[in-house]
Design a protein around this ligand. Structure first.
Ligand SMILES: Nc1ncnc2c1ncn2[C@@H]1O[C@H](COP(=O)(O)OP(=O)(O)O)[C@@H](O)[C@H]1O
Ligand SMILES: [Mg+2]
Length: 290
């Protein structure tokens, strides 16, 4: 193990010990449950009665959900239940899919993103990180500068500043600061994913969508990306698709469970995992299907 891995592993061990201690203390009545409820945070995006069809296939059925500021909302559910489809609706990535039709409404800060909304502006505000890290075949610097350049920023000093800031926020700066001119494709998988996160935040989005961002990563890189998500939520609204229940419980403020295109239940994380209201949720959590 190198130093970085060692640090990540001991950070994980520390976090787990602390979480276990807190859970124990809470159980013993020594520590009150966190007071903040998810409703304390303002709604950033709101999905209202959304139906989505791929041709004849009804992939999302009357889905309504609020996504709140500076919180991590996780989408869980069996493969094919519509998690990625819903995520893509949030920055209109399904616009490009042939025969895809939606009904209903999605708002961002109160504005309907499907009515007279500038899609370029939308994609700048709502960034996306994919399952497989997908750096562009160019240098580390150019990957991060790509979005800002697209927005018209040409001044090199200004770009340098944005690149450093974005890589720092993505917890990658120290590892790459001496090789910014090297190809992004030469990095490890975990570093590539953090580079993609840096690229996404370089255009200063407000919301970050992540579709199974760690499923192609090793355990150490997974911990790093999860820690990063916890850090990023101080400034951004995060929506994370994951099929990993432990991950959902570690990083989310609230969890939404989907089944066959329906949103079955959306609740604060501890509530959804410990006291689900719908029997389909408990069946899924106990491994009866999916
Ligand atoms: N581009 C597409 N064209 C047609 N059907 C699609 C497309 N993308 C997804 N689907 C279908 O929509 C359903 C939901 O898919 P998806 O959102 O990818 O689920 P999940 O992310 O939960 O695994 C599945 O039945 C899938 O086959
Ligand atoms: Mg998916």
């Amino acid at each position: 193990m190198n130093d970085t891995e060692q640090n990540a592993t001991s950070a994980l061990a520390d976090a787990m010990t602390k979480a276990a201690q807190e859970a124990h203390d809470r159980e013993m009545g020594a520590m009150p449950a966190p007071a903040a409820s998810i409703e304390d945070s303002p709604v950033r995006m709101s999905v209202e009665h959304l139906d989505l069809y791929y041709g004849d296939h009804h992939a999302l059925k009357d889905v309504s959900i609020d996504l709140r500021d500076r919180q991590v909302t996780s989408f869980i559910g069996p493969s094919g239940c519509g998690k990625s489809t819903l995520l893509r609706c949030l920055n209109r990535m399904n616009d490009m899919v042939k025969d895809c039709r939606i009904e209903g409404k999605i708002t961002l800060d109160g504005e309907d993103i499907y009515q007279n909304y500038n899609v370029t502006r939308l994609r700048q505000t709502v960034g996306m990180v994919f399952q497989r890290p997908n750096p562009f075949p160019m240098s580390i610097f150019d990957n991060v500068a790509y979005g800002p350049r697209g927005l018209g920023i040409k001044n090199h000093a200004e770009l340098e500043e944005i690149v450093e800031e974005s890589l720092t926020r993505a917890a990658l700066w120290d590892e790459v600061k001496d090789k910014l001119k090297q190809s992004g494709l030469g990095l490890s998988g975990g570093q590539q994913q953090r580079l993609c996160i840096a690229r996404a935040i370089a255009v200063k989005p407000k919301i970050l969508l992540m579709d199974e961002p760690t499923s192609a990563l090793d355990p150490i890189s997974t911990v790093q990306v999860e820690q990063l998500a916890m850090e990023l939520k101080k400034e951004y609204t995060l929506v994370v698709v994951t099929h990993n229940m432990q991950q959902a419980s570690r990083i989310s403020d609230s969890v939404a469970f989907f089944l066959l295109g329906e949103l079955v239940e959306h609740a604060p994380t501890a509530e959804l995992f410990s006291a689900p209201k719908d029997s389909r949720t408990s069946d899924y959590l106990t491994g009866r299907f999916g």
